[in-house]
Design a protein around this ligand. Structure first.
Ligand code: BTN
Length: 257
């Protein structure tokens, strides 16, 4: 049985239509269901735990109580490609919220949508969308999981949590009270001014800029130097022969991760 209560939710700007579920399969699935039934933009499902949390590339997202699990329904008005920029928006909002509640921490962005602290993954972002007949996006679900109290030890890459980093007073609720307004802020900036200000802010906290990284694509893997973020969010990697390669999707490995 799904239990719903508002008690575990902080006050959020009126843009959000929040719902707290103590336990759920996946918050993304909950919001997708609501999106298909016509729920408004701003529908937000926050869960105390997920028993079938999903990560990118079909991976499991371990979701025991103590961390933040949320999914937000957006209905972007632009092209399908622009919706991918929402992952940058989410990473930016999260790094800003972390600095707000734990000013000693130094979150960094890892392309395309990870947030790292001291080189270790603190969160995961999963975007799922549905195209509208005739073009554009009907709905987009932004799913975010943030390691507040614990992190998986066996995730195949270095991970950490806010508590492990010393922010022991942080709770999913206190983080959400900073993250909600930050998400709304960057959404408004993106809608009013496009991707350019997001690109600039993302680059200001980019991990590995100017350094060597490894790029894994479905059919190849190569190394290069992380040179820049293109005007649409693509990764620009300089190859050993000096050519610049533009990456629109793939996985990136920095030396320390
Ligand atoms: C990743 O693999 O890095 C993305 C992980 C995304 C996890 C979040 S937790 C809230 C939402 N619901 C899910 O099932 N997944 C996302």
């Amino acid at each position: 049985m799904i239990k719903a209560t508002a008690a575990a939710l902080p006050d959020l700007p009126p843009f959000f239509h929040p719902l707290y579920l103590k336990s759920v399969g996946s918050t993304n699935d909950e919001v997708k269901q609501r999106a298909r039934a016509g729920a408004p933009e701003g529908t937000l499902v926050v869960a105390g735990e997920q028993v079938a949390g999903r990560g990118r590339s079909g991976r499991e997202w371990t979701s025991k109580p103590g961390n933040l699990y949320l999914s937000l329904l957006l209905r972007p008005r632009g092209e399908a490609g622009a919706a991918a920029q929402i992952s940058f928006l989410a990473a930016l909002a999260l790094s800003g919220a972390i600095v707000e509640i734990a000013p000693d921490l130094k979150p960094q962005h890892k392309w395309p949508n990870d947030v790292l602290i001291d080189g270790a993954k603190i969160s995961g972002i999963l975007l799922e969308s549905s195209a509208r007949a005739g073009g554009g996006v009907d709905w987009l679900v932004l799913g975010m999981g943030v390691n507040v109290a614990h992190y998986p030890e066996d995730a195949g890459q270095s991970a950490t949590s806010l508590h492990a980093l010393g922010a022991i007073d942080c709770t999913p609720g206190s983080l959400l009270s900073a993250l909600g307004p930050a998400l709304l802020h960057w959404l408004e900036v993106w809608r009013a001014e496009g991707f350019a200000p997001l690109r600039q802010a993302w680059l200001a906290r980019a991990a590995g800029l100017g350094q060597e990284l490894r790029v894994r694509l479905p059919k190849e893997e190569f190394s290069g130097t992380f040179r820049d973020l293109d005007s649409d969010g693509s990764l620009l990697v300089e190859l050993t022969d000096g050519a610049l390669r533009r990456i629109t999707a793939g996985e990136v490995f920095l030396p320390q991760t």
